[in-house]
Design a binder for this molecule. Structure first.
Ligand SMILES: Nc1ncnc2c1ncn2[C@@H]1O[C@H](COP(=O)(O)OP(=O)(O)OP(=O)(O)O)[C@@H](O)[C@H]1O
Length: 574
C-alpha cells in the first residue's frame, strides 16, 4: 500500500482519505474517535516521515564523499581554536569533542574505507642466522577481540626460559591451534621477553589490542589431544580468583558461586582445573582450584565449627503442624536427635559435586521436598500453604507418637499412636528419621511414612533439621532441599509484628509474640546452618513477605517437576 502512494506525504494523504471513507461504517462515535486519534496521531505521522526519508535515500544510494571525516573534523577543530571565540564556535568544538560524535565519525570512516577486517601489523623480520639459534623459531600472529589471550606463562626454574604454562580451553590461543603448553616465549610484539619476569610480560599482553605477534620456540611436549570432557559439577563453595593469592594468573581464573554448575574441561593439572560456567556463551575456560587443592585448603583452614545446637522450635501441635521438631529448650530431646543425625552424617567435603541433567519420567516418584530453616522462620507456614494450594498433589507424613490418644484424635491422621515398647523397638531398628521425647512421650517420623507418601505419586513435603538431610540424601528420595532464610532483623521486626509462636514448655503461655531474642537467635542459627549445611541447599528462599516467599517456593517446585535440572550423578545409578 505504502509503495503505491505517490511521493512524500502520500501515505498521510491516503490515511486521511481512508478515515473519511470509513466514517459511514463506524458503529459508535467512540470507534470513530479512536480511529481518528490513531490515524491522525503525531507518532504515526512522524514514523511515516522517517519511512519516506529512508525510501528517498535508498533510491539515491548515497555514498560517503570523504574517506576520513575524522581528519576533517580535527582540522576544523584546530582552525576553530585559532579564531576568535564566539558562543557558536565554542558549542561546535564541544559537540565535536563528545565521545558519541567521535564514535559516529569513526564509524563513518570505517564504512567509507570499507575497513571491516582488523589491520595486521607487518611480520617482524625473520630471525638472524647470527643469533645462533639452534631451535626452530615460530612466528605466531593472533588476532584477538577484547578477550584475553587464554594462556598463562611461567619461568622454567632450570632453564630460566619463559614458557607457556597453560592454554585455556576454548580461549583465543587454544582456538588458534598455534600456541601450546611448553612453548618457549622469546618476543611479544617485537619486545624481547627472555630476561623479563612473567609479571612484566603480562601487561605487554594485556595492552595489545587486535593483533599480537609472538616469537616462540615450540616446546618438545607431546601435543595432547584435547578431549571435550562432559563432566559437570555443582560448586559447593564460592570462589573469587581475585582474592586467591595462589592462582598463577588472576585474570585466567573463573569466578563462581555456591550452586553454580560448571563444566570441567581439563583435569590435566593436579592443582588447577579448567572449567566453564554452564550455559555461558563464552567458550574460554577459566582456572579453578582442583578438588585436591581445595580439600587441602579446607583441611588447613577449617575454623572451629561455629555451629551451635540446632533449632529453636516449639512443642508439638496437631493438625497441619505435623513437624515433630523439638523445643530448643528441651535439652534431653536435643541429645536424642543429635545422635540420630550423627549416625547419618559424613557427606564428603563440600567442594564439587558431580551432577547430571535429570528430568522426571511420568512413572517415577516425585522428588522428596525437604524444607529446613531456623525455628520460627516460617517453614511450617510455607509447608501448610503449599499443601493447601493443591492437596491432591502435595502431601505430608504422619508422625508416630506414644502419647495418649485423645477423643478427637484420628489414628493415622494427626499421628500414628503406638506403644512405648513398639516405639523403642523401632528406634533400635533405625526406623526413625528423627525422633525425640517431649513431656515423657516419644514423637518420631519414620522413613516408611515418607516412602508411603511417595508411593502414592504425591509430592512429599517434609520439614527437617538440617542434619537429617544426610539420611535422605540418596537416589531413592532425591531430596530437593529448600532452606528458608530469615530476612534482616529490621524486616523481621516489621513483618512478624503480629505473628505468634508456640512458647516453649518452660513458659507459662501456649503462644507468645516473637521477642528480640527470638529474632537474633533466628538470624544467628540461619548463619550457622548455612555455614555448615549450605552445600546441601538447592534453593534458598528469604521469607520476608509471606505471599512472595510462597509464590517463589510454589514456582520452584513446579520447575523441578517439569523442567530438566541437575542432580548428583550418584543418584542416576540406582
Ligand atoms: N513472612 C512472614 N511474615 C509474617 N509472619 C510469618 C511469616 N512467616 C511465618 N510467619 C509466622 O511466624 C510464625 C512462625 O512460623 P512457623 O510456625 O511456620 O515457623 P517454623 O519455621 O515452622 O518454626 P518451628 O519449627 O519452631 O515451628 C507463625 O505465626 C507464622 O504464621
Amino acid at each position: 500500500m505504502i509503495n503505491q502512494s505517490s511521493g512524500p506525504g502520500g501515505v498521510c494523504r491516503l490515511l486521511a482519505s481512508l478515515l473519511y471513507g470509513l466514517e459511514s461504517h463506524m458503529d459508535t462515535s467512540e470507534d470513530s474517535t479512536f480511529l481518528q486519534d490513531m490515524l491522525m496521531g503525531n507518532t504515526l505521522h512522524l514514523l511515516i516521515k522517517v519511512y519516506d526519508r529512508l525510501q528517498k535515500y535508498k533510491a539515491q544510494q548515497p555514498a560517503p564523499l570523504l574517506d576520513s571525516i575524522r581528519g576533517l573534523a580535527q582540522d576544523l577543530a584546530e582552525e576553530l581554536c585559532a579564531v576568535v571565540t564566539s558562543p557558536e564556535t565554542t558549542e561546535l568544538l564541544y559537540l565535536l569533542s563528545k565521545p558519541h560524535v567521535q564514535a559516529f565519525l569513526s564509524v563513518h570512516d570505517m564504512v567509507a574505507q570499507k575497513e571491516f577486517d582488523p589491520r595486521l601489523p607487518p611480520l617482524p623480520p625473520l630471525p638472524d642466522y647470527d643469533e645462533k639459534e639452534e631451535d626452530s623459531v615460530k612466528i605466531v600472529c593472533l588476532v584477538k577481540n577484547q578477550e584475553p589471550l587464554g594462556a598463562t606463562i611461567k619461568r622454567d626454574e632450570s632453564t630460566r626460559a619463559i614458557i607457556v604454562a597453560r592454554v585455556m580451553r576454548g580461549g583465543a590461543a587454544d582456538r588458534s591451534g598455534l600456541i601450546h603448553e611448553g612453548d618457549k616465549l622469546k618476543e611479544v610484539n617485537g619486545v624481547p621477553v627472555e630476561d623479563k619476569n612473567p609479571e612484566e610480560i603480562i601487561p605487554i599482553l594485556a595492552q595489545s589490542e587486535g593483533a599480537v605477534t609472538f616469537k616462540v620456540i615450540p616446546g618438545t611436549k607431546e601435543e595432547q589431544e584435547t578431549i571435550d570432557t562432559k563432566i559437570f559439577v555443582r560448586a559447593l563453595f564460592d570462589y573469587d580468583p581475585q582474592a586467591d593469592p595462589a592462582i598463577p594468573c588472576k585474570d585466567a581464573g573463573l569466578e563462581f558461586h555456591r550452586g553454580d554448575v560448571l563444566q570441567i574441561v581439563s583435569q590435566e593439572d593436579d592443582t588447577w582445573w579448567q572449567a566453564r560456567q554452564y550455559g555461558d556463551a563464552n567458550l574460554r575456560a577459566g582456572l579453578i582450584p582442583s578438588r585436591q587443592l581445595q580439600e587441602r585448603r579446607v583441611t588447613l583452614q577449617r575454623p572451629e565449627v561455629l555451629f551451635h545446637l540446632p533449632r529453636v522450635s516449639k512443642a508439638f501441635n496437631a493438625g497441619l503442624r505435623r513437624s515433630f521438631r523439638l523445643s530448643r529448650k528441651d535439652n534431653m530431646s536435643q541429645q536424642v536427635r543429635q545422635k540420630m543425625g550423627e549416625a547419618h552424617a559424613g557427606i564428603h567435603f563440600p567442594i564439587y559435586q558431580e551432577v547430571l541433567p535429570h528430568q522426571r519420567k511420568p512413572e517415577e516418584p516425585y522428588r522428596l521436598v525437604l524444607l529446613t530453616g531456623p525455628s520460627g522462620v516460617g517453614v511450617t507456614e510455607l509447608k501448610r500453604r503449599i499443601l493447601l494450594s493443591d492437596p491432591e498433589h502435595f502431601s505430608v507424613t504422619v508422625p508416630y507418637t506414644t502419647r495418649e490418644r485423645k477423643k478427637q484424635d484420628r489414628e493415622g491422621v494427626e499421628y500414628h499412636f503406638v506403644s512405648k515398647h513398639t516405639f523403642e523397638k523401632d528406634i533400635l531398628n533405625h526406623k526413625f528419621l528423627e525422633y525425640g521425647e517431649h513431656k515423657g512421650n516419644y514423637y518420631g517420623m519414620s522413613l516408611d511414612s515418607v516412602r508411603r507418601v511417595m508411593a502414592e505419586s504425591k509430592v512429599c513435603l517434609l520439614d527437617v533439621e538440617p542434619h537429617t538431610i544426610a539420611a535422605l540424601y540418596s537416589s531413592e528420595f532425591k531430596p530437593y532441599v529448600v532452606f528458608v532464610k530469615p530476612p534482616s532483623i529490621e524486616r523481621l521486626r516489621l513483618s512478624r509484628r503480629k505473628a505468634k509462636v508456640l512458647a516453649s514448655q518452660n513458659e507459662q503461655t501456649a503462644t507468645k509474640f516473637f521477642t528480640e531474642e527470638d529474632f537474633q537467635d533466628m538470624i544467628t542459627t540461619a548463619q550457622a546452618m548455612e555455614y555448615k549445611y549450605g552445600h546441601l541447599f538447592e534453593k534458598v528462599i528469604i521469607n520476608d513477605d509471606l505471599a512472595i516467599a510462597f509464590t517463589e517456593l510454589r514456582d520452584e517446585l513446579k520447575k523441578i517437576e517439569t523442567e530438566t535440572h541437575w542432580i548428583p550423578n550418584t543418584w542416576a545409578h540406582v
